[in-house]
Ligand binder design. Sequence first.
Ligand SMILES: C[S@@+](CC[C@H](N)C(=O)[O-])C[C@H]1O[C@@H](n2cnc3c(N)ncnc32)[C@H](O)[C@@H]1O
Length: 151
Amino acid sequence: VVEIGTGTGVSGLSLLRGMAPDGVLTSIDVDPEHQAVAKRAFSDAGVAPGRARLIMGRGVDVLPRLTDGGYDLMFADAAKADYLTYYAQGVRLLRPGGVLAFDDVNAAADPARRDVESTALRDVAKLVREDDRLVPLLLPTGDGLLVAAKI
Ligand SMILES: C[S@@+](CC[C@H](N)C(=O)[O-])C[C@H]1O[C@@H](n2cnc3c(N)ncnc32)[C@H](O)[C@@H]1O
């Protein structure tokens, strides 16, 4: 699994709990303090050190360095304005059958919102919907989780 937006590790712990026992979480965040808190949360929860690979940096800079087809799931919960890059990189990173997940997409549902983040979220939702390589699904959880399986 690759995650963009480690935060304090709440989503990372859920992802780790849902993964195979030997599954590895690669989690990216620009903020070293957030990653330090997440690292502690993982260790307090008994996660073996080798199962969580925390990479500090911007998603747009780190994702291109990761291996093609090497991941089962990508979870995006970081810079909304960069979601277009997360989408393009995510399709490359997933193996067939893998899943892309974008958090907070309904935050941009109002077309009157024209800020960079809202526009990027709407653009990603449209691209995912129209992408023949993906089967999308919008889950009404929180601010909306856009999920798409790669076929
Ligand atoms: C909403 S929080 C993530 C919460 C986390 N996924 C969870 O549920 O526990 C967003 C995180 O994205 C990080 N972030 C912001 N811009 C980023 C960027 N350009 N690249 C990577 N991480 C970024 C922030 O430092 C913050 O920790």
